[in-house]
Structure formats: C-alpha cells, structure tokens
Design a protein. Structure first.
Length: 247
C-alpha cells in the first residue's frame, strides 16, 4: 500500500484533506498532511517544500505526492530530495523550470496590472514560448480577493455542499506568501518520476483547457478529467480517491 502525502493549495491547510483521508485509509493506504507556512509573507517555494519533507517518514518507499492548486509548484521540489513513486497534480499549477508563474501568463495581463505588480520580465524572449498556450487562469477569477467569503464560495467551493462550504470558509487561512506567483522556480528540470494530472472540468480558477494542454506538453501525460470544481477533495472526495488509487 502507498503513503499519500497530501499538500494543500493557497488559503487552505492540512484540514482540507479531512474528507478525503478516510477514503484513502479505508483502502489500506497511509496518509500524511501538513500546514504550509503560508501566513509568512517571506516564505519561499523551498521553505514550502521543506515543510513537506519534514513530515515524511524515512522508511516509506512507495510515496504518492499529491499537490492541489498552488502546491503543483511545490511537489516537484520535494521529489528532488525525497524518493517518490508518483507526482499527482490536482487542479494544479505546473511549474516551468527557471521562470515564475507570473512569467508564464504575464502576456495575458494588461500593462496597468503588470505595473501594479512592479513586474519586469528578466528574459522577455525566453517567455515567448508561453504565448501560444491557453490562458492559465479563468479570466473571471483574476484580481479577485480570495480572503472574501463570497469570492471563496463562488470560485473555490462552487460545487461543495453548503455545510462543507461553510466549514471550509471558517477554516480558511491568510495567504501572505505569494512565492507561487512571483518566485522564479528553482528547478532545472522536472523530476523523472511517474506523473498524473487530474483536471477539474468545472474549475473556475485554473483553466481546464490550460490543464489539458500543459499536462501533455510538460508532464507528457493525458489529464484525467474529473467533473468537479476547484476543490474535489471537498466536493467529491470519494471520486477523487478512486482516481488517486487507480493505476
């Protein structure tokens, strides 16, 4: 049986896996989850990765590393240090070595927005490779205040049951570190391990079109479609568990 290491996305914490874990453990698998230091505005991608690495037991050699949303930028860094069997990206960013997330989609933003970020690309010609990619984010989600409960309800938890949505919003954490947007990813290449991408077809944040395209281009896999919004671990944990445990 596998050890599923569950790495949360922005504004969430280890709590967000509570509905999924019983399904995985019910099949005999082990699980581990952690709180990333997202409230620390200076926390880097490497510090996020270190927080994951510190939770992993040294004795397991069948580790499935699951990253949701923001954590897609983190799990490959973990896999450079710890031997893992599989990386699983769930409605997740896919890093490109040597550039930031903002570098990848800056050409879709207007000059005023880029100026507000104080953004100056270091290597403009290097970024031309992203110009033919679909939009990474659903346009309606850009510029929204995800500390606002109504925005979380609309974009994060659009297909969750009302009681789950209320619980999740109450547990929401302050996302102060924006390393997953602005920091140049320190990878030189994506780790050569088995990969899986789960695209949420009703995602209102990460574009499903981008997910399908980029999973093929960067991970070399066809994305597995799951009929859910951005947080399937909260809206349909039973279905997500089935996809995670299938080979």
């Amino acid at each position: 049986m596998s050890l599923f290491c569950l790495v949360h996305g922005a504004f969430q914490g280890a709590w967000c896996w509570d509905l999924l874990i019983p399904y995985l453990e019910g099949e005999g698998h082990k699980t581990v989850a952690m709180d990333l230091p997202i409230e620390n505005s200076s926390a880097t991608l490497s510090q996020f990765a270190d927080a994951v690495i510190q939770t992993l037991p040294k004795t397991d050699d069948d580790i499935v590393l699951v990253g949701h949303s923001m954590a897609g930028s983190i799990i490959p860094l973990v896999a450079e240090v710890v031997k893992v069997r599989q990386l699983v990206f769930v409605a997740a960013l896919i890093p490109h070595p040597g550039v930031s997330t903002l570098d990848q989609f800056s050409h879709h933003l207007d000059s005023k927005t880029l100026e507000s970020f104080n953004y100056q690309p270091k290597y403009p010609t290097k970024l031309e490779q992203f110009h033919d990619e679909p939009d990474m984010f659903e346009p309606a989600s850009l510029g929204r205040d995800f500390s606002d409960a109504a925005v979380l309800r609309e974009f994060f938890y659009s297909d969750c049951q009302p009681d789950v949505t209320q619980w999740a919003i109450a547990k929401s954490r302050s996302q102060q570190s924006l390393a997953y947007i602005f920091e140049t990813n320190p990878l030189t290449a994506l780790p050569l391990v088995e990969r899986k991408y789960i695209v949420c077809t009703n995602d209102r944040i990460i574009s499903p079109t981008w997910s399908h395209h980029t999973a093929r281009q960067r991970l070399g896999v066809d994305a597995i479609a799951l009929a859910s919004g951005h947080c399937p671990h909260l809206s349909c944990p039973d279905l997500l568990a089935t996809v995670l445990t299938s080979h």
